[in-house]
Design a protein around this ligand. Structure first.
Ligand code: HEM
Ligand SMILES: [Cu+2]
Length: 550
């Protein structure tokens, strides 16, 4: 300390993972999980804006009843590439590969992931897959829908099915390896005293997510290879003309793709749990229930795939069983919503941007979840199947839920990641714009679907126009809401105030190291002697002083 005062002539920048080395090579060959997280951040942001651009084109086309912006086949490619990019190249990697990569080692008190080089390999696989997808897009694109349903994808489509399939195949290995890395890290690299019951719930959520990534992703990989094989060699796996079974494809596809929804949503729930505890200054109500519900969601998620096939020609008894099982998976989700609500009860709540996003998440995810129950009900699904009701439902989950959590997490941990504070006023404004824009975009689609507007159509009867215009107007607002954070995050890197090590006065090991952290995260290995979310203790110790940001 005396040394510090003696040499405090000019403030020297502390060494951290950002300024330790410069140069392209030190980034592209890095094995530091934090740098890899940033590589992912840049690349998934790129894909988010491509996918978003397609979304805007789709909405523009649907502004008027006549198909006057693009031709039918172009429209098919637009919604296909929108879906494929958003699902496989944005949402699935978003929180795990960016926030998970950055935080999992730090939250368990480790200096890196278990396999740093495999982590780098994951990013390269993602980039190779992404490059193939971009190439596919630029040289013609695909029109099968993101679901690749057979026999259209194997026998009839004359677009680049094989290349798109291979792109997703390659990117899938990135997802599997990330999951593997997390599981081994959580098992083997926890700091002394960091018992399973002291782990942040963010870690439990990522643990459950990793299980799905490891067990589910190979199924989609194999399925895509089968589609490619059938298309190239006419093997007769899915095509009834050749003795195959197209329903087999749907079973295989949804056996991955339903659980994949939880790859997108569980990490987001983990983020929201951290934020709520911090901004309500409370211990999470029912810690073990929340932890266990993540695992339950991962397990149940594998049992409900055929609710996507109620009208595809499965037996009525099978449909009945899958309908009932689909209700079962709602239970652990409801447990979480209940526990967040109970945590908020009598908390001293602060409404900073991360918390606004967390509230947004809870509201929109609940809407998405409850309308999911409508779809799980056999009779209702027969009415609204393949209508805009379905589009609205899954966007409430995937955009309203997952993207809200992602943005909330980006704000919450931005000071740690970048070492800079973001402008709080702008951030709150953006959160508000996103929330309003989102609801204006997707709520009318529930009504449209209920009234019978089918999905994947590029023109429609004039009576649907008013609701479509509202939706397109909402999409414009939403686009502004999404552009804002990108602008002020970039701005804050240069002009933002330097962030303290723990700006939110938050619990969790990641806040006990400097902002931004050094290459190996901690000066010396931390020893944990307290339970997660000891906010009452922290506030008693620090006099409950308000967090610095805001
Ligand atoms: C991360 C965010 C998003 C994900 C994961 C996502 C996912 C999807 C998926 C899987 C489809 C179905 C495509 C198909 O039927 O093959 C779809 C369709 C659609 N998306 Fe998104 N989306 C996202 C964001 C958005 C946004 C922000 C908008 C609007 C501004 C939007 C507008 C649409 C529309 C209008 C369709 C319907 C196309 C049609 O059926 O004609 N999406 N999206
Ligand atoms: Cu499902």
């Amino acid at each position: 300390m005396s040394m510090a005062t003696a040499t405090a002539v000019k403030p020297v920048e502390r060494e951290n993972y950002l300024n330790k080395e410069y140069g392209v090579g030190s980034w592209l060959l890095t094995t530091d999980h934090k740098r890899i997280a940033l590589l992912y951040l840049i690349s998934i942001t790129f894909f988010f804006f491509i996918g978003g651009f397609f979304a805007l084109l789709i909405r523009l086309e649907l502004l008027t009843p006549a198909g006057d912006l693009v031709q039918a086949d172009t429209y098919n490619k637009l919604f296909t590439q929108h879906g494929q990019i958003m699902v496989f190249f944005f949402l699935i990697p978003s929180i795990p590969a960016v926030l998970g990569n950055f935080l999992v080692p730090m939250m368990v008190g480790a200096k890196d992931l278990a396999f740093p080089r495999i982590n780098l390999l994951s990013w390269y696989l993602y980039i190779i897959g992404g490059a193939m997808m971009v190439h596919c897009m630029l040289t013609g694109g695909v029109d099968t829908g993101w679901t690749f349903y057979t026999p259209f994808s194997t026998a009839f489509s004359n677009t680049k099915v094989i290349e798109a399939g291979l792109a997703i195949f390659v990117a899938g290995f990135s997802s599997i390896l990330t999951g593997l890395n997390f599981v081994v890290t959580i098992h083997r690299m926890r700091a002394p005293g960091m018992t399973w019951s002291r782990l942040p719930l963010f870690i439990w959520a990522h643990y459950a997510t990793s299980i799905i990534q490891i067990l589910g992703t190979p199924i989609i990989a194999i399925t895509l290879v089968l589609v490619i094989a059938e298309r190239a060699l006419h093997l007769g796996i899915f095509d009834p003309k050749l003795g195959g079974d197209p329903l087999l494809f749907q079973h295989l596809f949804w056996f991955y793709s339903h659980p994949a929804v939880y790859i997108m949503i569980l990490p987001s729930m983990g983020v929201v749990t951290e934020i709520i505890a911090c901004f309500a200054r409370k211990r999470i109500f029912g810690y073990s229930f929340v932890a266990f519900s993540s695992i339950a969601i991962a397990v149940f998620g594998f049992l409900v795939w055929a609710h996507h096939m109620f009208v595809a020609g499965i037996s009525v008894y099978a449909a009945l069983v899958f309908s009932i099982l689909s209700y079962a998976v709602a239970v652990p989700s409801a447990v979480k919503v209940f526990n967040w609500t109970a945590t908020l009860y009598k908390g001293s709540i602060r409404y900073d941007a991360p918390m606004l996003y967390a509230f947004g998440f809870i509201g929109l995810f609940t809407m998405g979840g409850l309308t999911g129950l409508f779809l799980a009900a056999l009779g209702i699904d027969v009415h609204v199947h393949d209508t805009y009701f379905v589009i609205a439902h899954f966007h409430y989950i995937m955009v309203g839920g997952a993207v809200m959590g992602y943005l909330g997490g980006m704000h919450f941990w931005w000071p740690k990641i970048s070492g800079k504070l973001y402008p709080e006023g702008w951030a709150r404004l953006a959160a508000l714009i996103v929330f309003i824009g989102f609801n204006l975009t997707f709520f009318p689609q529930f009504i449209l679907g209920y009234l019978g507007m089918p999905r994947r159509y590029y023109q429609y009867p004039p009576e649907f126009q008013v609701l479509n215009v509202l939706s397109t107007a909402g999409a414009t607002v939403l686009a502004v809401g999404y552009l804002l954070p990108m602008c002020y995050f970039l701005w804050s890197m240069r002009y933002g105030k330097p962030a303290p090590d723990n700006p939110w006065n938050a619990a969790g090991l990641e806040w006990q190291t400097q902002s931004p952290p050094t290459t190996f995260n901690f000066e010396k290995e931390p020893v944990v002697t307290w339970e997660a979310y000891n906010y009452e203790e922290i506030d008693a110790r620090t006099g409950g002083e308000a967090p610095i940001v805001g």
